[in-house]
Design a protein around this ligand. Structure first.
Ligand SMILES: CC(C)[C@H](C(=O)O)[C@@H](O)C(=O)O
Ligand code: SF4
Length: 428
């Protein structure tokens, strides 16, 4: 795509210009062409019903482009109820009839599977019927969560209307200290601007710290844009992105166009120097109730959950394995590890970590959302305290409304699993 801007643009404005076929700016309303649509086992059935409803008078009830739709089973897998298996059956049938790619119960969490399997490219406009679809912004796409009825309209037409969002820019510079990770940075940013601080804006993350992050670390940042109210969470594609994509999309060619112009207009700027950032913890019952770990150290935990689309990759699990060494999980603590995809699980397996964790008294489950949203298994009971590497901690999120969820990096999770209380990983 060549640059034909008539004004300096943010990456979001560029993507919406491409998707709508005209030059747009923040605030404009557009009907945009969708490059990829993702749905999953919980929100998919309603989208399918909605699609057939839209198509009720049509003789041929075909989706607009089956090659641009992906269905992933992840929230209730393997089927944990008859309702879940009925949803799976219905979606499998729909996928087969329409010729849609369907990752079945073994592949992993949608937001891991999508980039991993090469369904995300810089400059794409992607929608998913899941709020953490913003995660694909880590590859320079504009990617956002939509409801099932919007998804039904996308299935039918390949288009959706949007108000082109303003952009809020987060610049982080400096080197992250030892045992401080991208999860600590995004928690710190959310604590700073609040759960609605980026409402309906495209959050754009930049600066030397972000540039130095691996793809896995970037995914953690973009994933949590929605926890500050963001419509998207974008990191401009660079050499790191290019290397990741080349491995997955053989014909991928890097296009330097997909970045914000230097004098693009921003709604807000936030600057951070990360060189003395402490590990951060989001405390019950809000994701923006963020405190440095030193303020909550010593809080007793019953369960530690390492996983989810936020921090369930091999890199995250490696941090836990290395921090634990051959030490056992603390008495009276349950350590539950759930790799985010089959591919990531295989890496964990080959590294010998499954055996190490099992010997330490932990359990490694097959890839799925797990207790992240209080579904399937591993739920917290009344009065229990959980520490999780996932992204939400509102009341009842991981089970009982009478339980308490803290969110942290995998390093803080590992340190706490070893001691049984929330622990600063720098002290292990
Ligand atoms: C089930 C789904 C609608 C939900 C979401 O959209 O985010 C879930 O993935 C979550 O994390 O709460
Ligand atoms: S892992 Fe958690 S946040 Fe991610 S898609 Fe599943 S339920 Fe949602």
């Amino acid at each position: 795509m060549s640059n034909t801007n008539d004004h300096p643009m943010t990456i979001s404005e560029k993507i919406f210009s491409k998707a709508s076929g005209k030059t747009v700016k923040a605030g404009d309303f557009v009907l945009a062409n969708i490059d990829r649509a993702m749905t999953h086992d919980i929100t998919g059935p309603l989208a399918v019903d909605g699609f057939y409803d839209i198509m009720r008078d049509k003789e041929e009830k075909k989706v607009w482009d089956p090659s641009k739709i992906v269905i992933v089973f992840d929230h209730q897998v393997p089927a944990d109820s008859l309702n879940a298996s009925a949803n799976h059956i219905m979606l499998r049938k729909f996928a087969k009839e329409q010729g849609i790619l369907n990752y079945d119960v073994y592949e992993g969490v949608c937001h891991q599977v999508m980039p991993e399997m090469g369904h995300v490219r810089p400059g794409d406009l992607i929608v998913g019927s899941d709020s953490h679809t913003c995660a694909y912004g880590s590859l320079g796409a504009f990617s956002t969560g939509v409801g099932s009825t919007d998804m039904a309209a996308v299935f039918a037409s390949g288009k959706l209307w949007f108000r082109v969002p303003e952009t809020i820019r987060f610049e982080a510079n400096g080197k992250l200290p030892k045992h401080v990770y991208s999860k600590d940075l995004i928690l710190h940013m959310i604590g700073d601007v609040g759960a609605e601080g980026a409402r309906y804006m495209a959050a754009e993350y930049a600066g030397s710290t972000i540039e130095g992050l691996t793809m896995s670390e970037r995914m953690t940042i973009s994933n949590m844009a929605i926890e500050m109210g963001g419509k998207a969470g974008i990191i401009e594609a660079d050499k790191t992105t290019e290397a990741y994509l080349k491995e997955r999309i053989p014909d991928y060619e890097f296009d330097p166009y997909w970045k914000s112009d230097e004098d693009a207009e921003y709604a807000e700027f936030h600057d951070y120097d990360v060189s003395d950032l402490e590990p951060q913890v989001a405390c019950p019952h809000n994701v923006d109730n963020v405190k440095p770990v030193s303020e909550v150290e010593g809080t007793k935990v019953d369960q530690v959950f390492v996983g989810s689309c936020t921090n369930g990759r091999f890199e995250d699990i490696k941090i836990v394995a290395e921090m634990m060494g051959d030490e056992p999980v603390a008495k009276d603590v349950r350590l539950l590890i759930i790799p985010a995809s089959r591919t990531e699980y295989m890496k964990v397996l080959r590294a010998g970590y499954v055996e190490q964790f099992m010997e330490a008294g932990a359990i490694v489950e097959s890839p799925c959302c797990g207790p992240c949203m209080g579904g399937s298994f591993g739920l917290l009971g009344d009065g229990e305290v959980g520490l999780a590497t996932s992204n939400r901690n509102f009341r009842g999120r991981e089970g009982s409304p009478e339980s308490f969820v803290y969110l942290s990096s995998p390093a803080t999770a590992a340190a706490s699993a070893l001691t049984g209380v929330i622990t600063d990983p720098r002290n292990i």
